[in-house]
Write a new protein. Structure first.
Lengths: 112, 114
């Protein structure tokens, strides 16, 4: 079962533009995380936002969380070629947070 | 440097053969996980372990087995009962004691049935 679903599935933008990806989930959560995956590699943890937080920043990343709509967004500002990757949201499925469930991902391509 | 090591990077399996994927971490993390990723797809949870000598099935455990005899190691065996094992396998760990801590991933093992 997949808890989170990303939108869009694929996104292509010009270098320097901002990229926005969205994630929707189904059940109550303790926290939501975003990960990046370069082609053929493992995932890298980007940022975690707790259910009682509404916005969080890390460098060029901005994450928002709306628990009433069960949705989150990841904004990458001033995109670079190195940002080309797949981005996944992940949520804990149970109150014990013993495991996280990943969405299907957004494939981001940055055109030079 | 601390991290997770998965080996081998590439693995080829013949029909009817069992193979074991290695996952070792030196992060002193309590919890370890195995995920499967098919092309263009997200990650699906196979098995996870929160403590030594204990593990739980994930969403797609059929045809797989694991053990957790040491805190540092969480090997995954793909058995002949797994009918479509060709995929990218990712191991991850996290510090269970720190609520909401991010996961650290290995670089993955690509398994192909020949």
């Amino acid at each position: 079962s997949q808890q989170g679903e990303e939108d869009p599935q694929a996104l292509s933008i010009q270098e320097g533009e901002n990229a926005t990806m969205n994630c929707s989930y189904k059940t109550s959560i303790n926290n939501l995380q975003w990960y990046r995956q370069n082609s053929g590699r493992g995932l890298v943890h980007l940022i975690l936002i707790r259910s009682n937080e509404r916005e969080k920043h890390s460098g060029r990343l901005r994450v928002t969380l709306d628990t009433s709509k069960k949705s989150s967004s990841l904004l990458i500002t001033a995109s670079r070629a190195a940002d080309t990757a797949s981005y996944f949201c992940a949520t804990d499925a149970y109150s014990s947070a013993s495991k996280i469930i990943f969405g299907s991902g957004t494939r981001l391509s940055i055109r030079p | 440097d601390g991290g997770i090591t998965q080996s081998p990077k590439y693995l080829f399996r013949k029909e009817g053969q069992n193979v074991t994927l290695s996952c070792e971490q030196n992060l002193n993390h309590d919890a370890m996980y195995w995920y499967r990723q098919d092309p263009g797809q997200g990650l699906r949870l196979i098995y996870y372990s929160q403590i030594v000598n204990d593990f739980q099935k994930g969403d797609i455990a059929e045809g797989y087995s694991v053990s957790r005899e040491k805190k540092e190691s969480f090997p995954l065996t793909v058995t002949s009962a797994q009918k479509n094992p060709t995929a990218f396998y990712l191991c991850a760990s996290t510090n269970k004691g720190q609520v909401g801590y991010g996961y650290t991933f290995g670089s993955g093992t690509r398994l192909t049935v020949v």
